[in-house]
Design a protein around this ligand. Sequence first.
Ligand code: FMN
Length: 396
Amino acid sequence: MLQGKNIVLGVSGGIAAYKAAALCSALVKAGASVDVIMTENAAKFVGPMTFSTLTGHSVSVDTFARVEKYDVSHIALAQKADLFAVAPATANIIAKMAHGIADDMLSTTLLASRAPKLVAAAMNTGMLDNPATQANIATLRGWGVEFIDGSDGRLACGDVGRGRMAEPEEIVDRMERMLTPKDLEGKRVLVTAGPTREALDPVRFLSNHSTGKMGYALARAARNRGAQVTLVSGPVGLQAPADVVLVPVVSAQEMFEAVRRELSGADIIIKAAAVADYAPKAEEPEKMKKTDQDLTLELTRTRDILSWIGHHRRPGQVVVGFAMETRDLLENAAQKLAAKNTDLMVANSLRQEGAGFGVDTNIVTLLTRDGAEELPLMSKFEVANRILDRVLALAE
Ligand SMILES: Cc1cc2nc3c(=O)[nH]c(=O)nc-3n(C[C@H](O)[C@H](O)[C@H](O)COP(=O)(O)O)c2cc1C
């Protein structure tokens, strides 16, 4: 979403200005064209050359005192912005924004710009809690300015609490979301992701190599497009996307129960989880001791969640399944599509480089009852969006 977009990044005078460099770098890497405007106080924390080197563009710092001719570059920047972010935003710049004060390059350009605005406040907890700052934030929110909060933690001043700037990757994530058209607005999407773990005893389990990356990409893509997303996830090492309802589960049985609870409230169900087909017949209450003998495990069939969804779905719901195979991919996927009463089957082979578990890319074929569409190698996030495009077409 950031590819080719014009981002104006305002940097004001707080200690978190150093984090703005990482933000700037991430935006440039994502393909955005970034123009940085710093306040004079920000330039005391980080040199403008850091930003001009990262962006390849000259950095505007307040030089009104030195220019003789009225400089209209603030209008040009204000007009070209697809999105205007202020990170870090001091209490001072927030106050200026809320009161229409335009006494330096950053505040003047902010006032002139009609672009969507995102503010990452960063300040001492006392400054943040001050009724003046709270009132300013409320005013700006009322005008549609978005704020992104950081997590609680230790602040540079030594205080512990609110007021830390959000991390650069969280800010990039929010910007992508702000720039995404909301074609799934009002839709409720249920996504399952990750592996399940079937306990043998208190220390051992049967599982698979799923990392959850595909399911989490789907949850993020659907959220960006305006959907309300519930993510039923097996144990993975990923952070759930912000504003997605996470339902953590461990076993196939727990995943089934969570899906059963959530099914009726969903318009779109996407089952990207790699659910165990078999589980140990019984979990040993104590750690199993090894012996010199071989061990035979007795396994029992778990519930086929996709098939259950296919047979309990209500009219109007769109159901998407995933088929991962090591051979006869399309035949198996087509058979699964029909047998499980799904609308769309995403087939991916473990045998293709760049596809499958763990990697950030995938090569998939989208199968519907009308035919198959083979997609080239692309990121899991792009795959997620292509799946959602097809889901939207099916929902019409
Ligand atoms: C070392 C130091 C750190 C500061 N950190 C912050 C901060 O994190 N947030 C904030 O709102 N103000 C902070 N200030 C105060 C601002 O720099 C001050 O309000 C200044 O007028 C802001 O100017 P600007 O908004 O034009 O950049 C800090 C000041 C100093 C000296």
